[in-house]
Design a protein around this ligand. Structure first.
Ligand code: ARG
Length: 455
């Protein structure tokens, strides 16, 4: 049965066409939002004197029965979409009065109202998951405050950094994700209801009242814009794509660090898998799947983006296709964040391997700074150290294995104090700027992070 079936004389019988047109399989997740917005709409109709007090109470209790049936697993398969399902089930429950609920109302506004309500419920949940990940990051950084590791650029050893500094580099993208979600929340928090199909409604509805009872901060200003806009979903999916893009970077780091070649991370058995053929394998599947998550999210984003692109103004049926990206985008992210947090809690650095793999040339920049400190212009100092490194490489010697004589052959200002440069702990203490890997600056960073992960 359809809400519009009396429009056409002959019943259309082909079930394949009905199934093709329907969205009930994709939009049933909006049921509770549909009930909430319908209850609010009935109240606004009462205020506008379209319903009597008695009719309102009939509709309200009827809607309560409908949601109970849906939650108990009622078969919705025969309905076109969740909006028709709720309306027709309400009529089943309370009869003729149920037919008044749709006065002035269009599914075009219902669908975006429900989607906004859904996001208003889900975004705070995601924010909480992000905060939980942030707390796991801080815990890990605080657990290993003094491990010094090689930091990489181009995946080549670059300079010493604290392991805790590296771990804290995960915190800030999570903070940016929170900020992006909060930002898009403001634009989601706008009520379309009271818009009708595209032009507004003849019933004198108090839209501010509607916004108040549904908990929206504002009402939409243009009815045509209200039913056309899907950017509120796209910007949420875009924020989530960027979040998972960041997580994919760290997941990739962990895959590399857990390899035998690196050996920086011990893969706890709780977060490792093995092979059906090669019994020795200990695989980082969880990190690989987290890495794949960015693809999921960007897929949802681009699917909706391309669907919306090229549509003319206001409602077009193509927009029905927004449900899967919306629901799956939110679900996938929630699942990935949860697994990311669980794996963070299980990560253990292998201090010995990290220290063993760090090459003494990680202090090459410090050596140039050392010469610069003695008055050699930095560019010149950089050149001298370049020559020293080339020499050591040719001699197959570690940089710290060169004798003072060998050093001095490159520059007479190099003295015995050059030995101290090879101390990794000293190297990181040389960093002076805020936000740097200096242990005190990392402590500052963690202090600030602790206040942010509560918000
Ligand atoms: N199922 C539709 C959707 O999800 C609801 C809106 C239908 N509107 C219409 N004029 N056919 O987009």
């Amino acid at each position: 049965m359809k809400v519009w079936e009396r429009r056409f004389k002959g019943r259309r019988e082909d079930p394949r066409l009905e199934a093709f047109n329907a969205s009930i399989r994709e939009d049933a997740f909006l049921a509770s939002a549909e009930i909430a917005s319908s209850k609010a709409y009935a109240k606004a109709l009462r205020r506008a004197k379209v319903l009597t007090a008695e009719e309102l109470s009939k509709i309200t209790s009827g809607l309560a029965k409908v949601i109970k049936r849906i939650e108990a697993g009622a078969d919705l398969g025969s309905f076109e979409d969740i909006h028709s399902a709720v309306e027709l089930m309400l009529i089943e429950e309370i009869g003729e009065t149920g037919k008044k609920l749709h006065t002035g109302r269009s599914r075009n506004e219902q669908v975006v109202t429900d989607e906004r309500l859904f996001l208003k419920r889900e975004i705070p949940r995601l924010l909480e998951s992000l905060r939980a990940c942030q707390r796991a990051v801080i815990r890990l950084a605080e657990e290993y405050p003094d491990i010094i590791m090689p930091g990489y650029t181009h995946l080549q050893q670059a300079q010493y950094v604290l392991f805790s500094h590296y771990i804290m580099s995960i915190f800030w993208p999570l903070e940016r994700a929170k900020s992006r979600l909060r930002d898009s929340f403001q634009r989601i928090d706008v009520l379309p209801l009271g818009t009708g199909a595209l032009a507004g409604t003849t019933a004198p509805l108090d839209r501010k009242f509607l916004a108040e009872i549904l908990g929206f901060a504002a009402i939409s200003e243009n009815s045509m814009d209200a039913v056309a806009d899907r950017s509120f979903i796209l910007e949420t999916l875009s924020a989530l794509s960027l979040l998972l893009l960041d997580l994919s970077r760290f997941a990739e780091d962990f895959v590399i660090f857990a390899s035998r070649e690196f050996g920086f991370l011990v893969l706890d058995e709780a977060i490792a898998t093995s092979s059906s053929l090669m019994p020795q394998k200990k695989n980082p599947d969880f990190f690989e799947l987290i890495r794949a998550g960015a693809g999921h999210l960007f897929g949802h984003f681009s699917r909706l983006f391309i669907t919306v692109k090229g549509l003319p103004s206001t409602y077009n049926k193509d927009l029905q296709e927004d449900k899967v990206p919306l629901r799956e985008g939110l679900e996938d992210t929630a699942r990935i964040l949860e697994v990311f947090r669980i794996t963070l809690n299980k990560i253990r650095p292998n201090r010995k391997e990290i220290e063993r793999k760090a090459e003494p040339f990680l202090v090459a920049t410090d050596l140039a700074d050392y010469l610069a400190g003695k008055g050699v212009p930095f560019r010149e100092a950089h050149g001298v150290v370049g020559e020293i490194v080339g020499y050591a490489e040719k001699k197959r010697k570690a940089l710290n294995a060169l004798t003072l004589r060998e050093f001095r052959a490159f520059h007479p200002l190099i003295g015995d104090d050059v030995r101290a440069i090879f101390d990794p702990a000293r190297s990181i203490r040389l960093k002076k700027t805020s936000g740097s890997t200096h242990p005190d600056r990392v402590k500052d960073q963690i202090r600030k992070a602790k206040t942010l992960c509560l918000k």
